[in-house]
Design a protein around this ligand. Structure first.
Ligand SMILES: NC(=O)c1ccc[n+]([C@@H]2O[C@H](COP(=O)([O-])OP(=O)(O)OC[C@H]3O[C@@H](n4cnc5c(N)ncnc54)[C@H](O)[C@@H]3O)[C@@H](O)[C@H]2O)c1
Length: 330
């Protein structure tokens, strides 16, 4: 039977790819809820004539009454909760905003889903994990340490969601993707390092690296991340679990910068510069994920190599620049 799937943050980067995955790979109806603080209408443009995209609603998840009225009306079977304030640095400058969206927002949605008897797929992040040793891949059993209000808010959201699982029997899955990149990602903040480097290279600007550049990231292509979100949120076997999504290979920020310059078909003269870190205390030096559980439980594994993902992202960014549009970068 066709389900009613609510995707919060559905106008955002991963959200719009998740909407695409649900529309392409299932027969379900999709409802998007987003306050458009970082999402864009154009991210959903390609689905304009798709009748199974049942609604796109502009709403702030921190506003309990409005959210309750909307969810009581649409009666979803499942909430795929991706909406969040996502920039680590912003969470350090303005933790209230992060708390409102990422903790209060998650709580408001959980309360509504409890009434609607809907399942809840909670988008957490690899940023919740503690530093790992140089040789190790981070599995779901690795200790968590909130090094920023963003990570703290995500852990609070995870715990709230799991409390609803245990107290009310709500179907809940916790999703912890590693750094995700690809088309439609804004070139801003730490998460957007691939977009920032590629867009700076295309414009002939220097590539700035905060700190030593020895920090590593496990870079997941966004279509693979969306496929993971779809499989995790639809799987009965994932109920009550936290699952990583990762490639299992990390690359240093220095290497990524070199790749952005060396693999570019058109050389623009960009150079790499090391600059002072803004928040070294919140930096995680090594991030490399172990996604064996997602493979075992969901049959999921990433399909896109880093060179292929970089090429697809560069192609998209080139199109954006050719059309005279902008991608934000700091
Ligand atoms: N990008 C990554 O590398 C990455 C990695 C792991 C986890 N995540 C998580 O994935 C999710 C999506 O991230 P993204 O990178 O696509 O970022 P994004 O900013 O593009 O998506 C978040 C969406 O949530 C919306 N939003 C923010 N606050 C809201 C509010 N109060 N009410 C309603 N909507 C609100 C934004 O407008 C945006 O469309 C987030 O939960 C993020 O924490 C991202």
């Amino acid at each position: 039977m066709a389900k009613r799937i609510l995707v919060t943050g559905g106008a955002g980067f991963i959200g719009s790819w998740t909407v695409k995955a649900f529309l392409d790979d299932t027969k379900h109806q999709v409802f998007v809820l987003d306050d458009f603080s970082n999402g864009l209408k154009q991210n959903l443009e390609e689905f304009r004539n798709e009748p199974r995209l049942a609604d796109v609603k502009k709403l702030d998840i921190a506003k309990a009454k409005e959210i309750a009225a909307y969810i009581d009306k649409i009666k979803p079977n499942l909430c795929v909760h991706l909406a969040a304030q996502i920039i680590v640095q912003d969470s350090i400058f303005n933790p209230v905003r992060t708390f409102d969206a990422d903790v209060r927002g998650a709580f408001n949605l959980l309360e509504c889903c409890r009434r609607a008897r809907a399942g809840f797929a909670f988008m957490s992040t690899c940023m919740v994990y503690d530093q790992a040793g140089a040789a190790s891949r981070i599995s779901e059993r690795h200790p968590v340490v909130p090094k920023s209000p963003y990570a703290g808010a995500k852990l609070a959201g995870e715990h709230l969601a799991m409390s609803y699982h245990h107290a009310y029997g709500m179907p809940v899955v916790i999703m912890r993707p590693f750094n995700t990149y690809g088309p439609r990602q804004k070139a801003s903040g730490e998460g957007g390092v691939v977009s920032i480097f590629l867009s700076r290279q295309l414009k002939g600007e220097n590539l700035n690296i905060y700190g030593t550049g020895k920090q590593t990231r496990d870079l997941l292509y966004v279509a693979d991340c969306a496929d993971f979100v779809l499989k995790a949120s639809m799987s009965k076997a994932a109920d009550g679990l936290a699952l990583n999504a990762a490639t299992g290979r990390d690359v240093s920020v220095n290497t990524l910068a070199r790749l952005a310059i060396d693999t570019a078909p058109v050389k623009t003269g960009s150079k790499i510069k090391l600059v002072k870190h803004i928040h070294p205390q919140s930096e995680i030096m090594k991030l490399c994920g172990n996604a064996a559980a997602a493979k075992r439980v969901l049959g999921w594994k990433p399909a896109t190599t880093l060179p292929r993902g970089l090429a697809l992202t560069r192609e998209w960014l080139s199109g954006v620049f050719e059309r005279g549009e902008t991608v934000w970068h700091s």
